[in-house]
Ligand binder design. Sequence first.
Ligand code: OGA
Ligand code: MN
Length: 292
Amino acid sequence: MTPLDTTTTGLSVTPLGYALGAEVNGVDINQPPTPALVAAIRSVWHQHHVIVFRGQRFEAGGMLRFAQAFGALDDHAATPFYRLDEHPELLQVTNRQIGGKPSETRNTGRNWHSDYSYTDHPAAASMLFCVERPPVGGDTMFANMVNAYETLSAPLRTFLDGLDVVYDVGLTAGINERDPAKTAEVRRLNPPIAHPAVRVHPDSGRRALYVSERSSHFHGMTAAESRPLIDFLCQHATQPENVYRHVWQPGDLVCWDNRTSMHVALADFDQTQPRHMLRATLLGAQSGFVVG
Ligand code: OGA
Ligand code: MN
């Protein structure tokens, strides 16, 4: 990894967890980032998988410009509700009322997952801005999927290297409690799709396990054969030693690499208290094949 040139960028980096996660100071996300700053952040991001910018001010234009500096943004067409009308590249992850009803994104991310794994363009990365948080809880946990892969035995790594794993949006926690019409539309837009069970990061070349609680089975294997292995891999990946738990503050922008980490949004808070976040999603490469 190239050493960080802090003299030109003014960045300072403080690890937040041993497995993953680092706080990056010295960045105002609403200032146009220079190419040198983008390169420096990218290098920190590859090393720590999850990076946190604190004390930021939310400006839709500023956040979008910052996010776009790292790649093209998804317009969230796979989940076409709850985007900002004027900026479809910003998805509201909120328990605020939208259109007179509680938003169905209020329980987004309640099982371990990597964003948009159930689409044909799994997200490369996501950036989530915290506007408002409950007095206590509403934390997000992240697991390092490079470590998860590297700490498997060689025979199991070899076995997984040759497999595709099927993702099913129906395994999103809480999906059956959502509006049936919207759920039907999301299922129609996202039929079950197989992706490599091990992903090779396009920039760093590192291999990462790509199996989550939204995986139904390995392609070509039965559900009964697959289930114990999926359960084992999720348990292996999410051991406390392999996890960073983020306690949010308003003004936090947390950025995670979906190719090398997975995450879960905890329901450990009073649901009558507001929690309001906005997500920009960096478009990933086309991948996978639709199954059955
Ligand atoms: C997401 C997600 C986590 C959270 O936006 O992709 O999983 O804590 N959210 O809201
Ligand atoms: Mn998510």
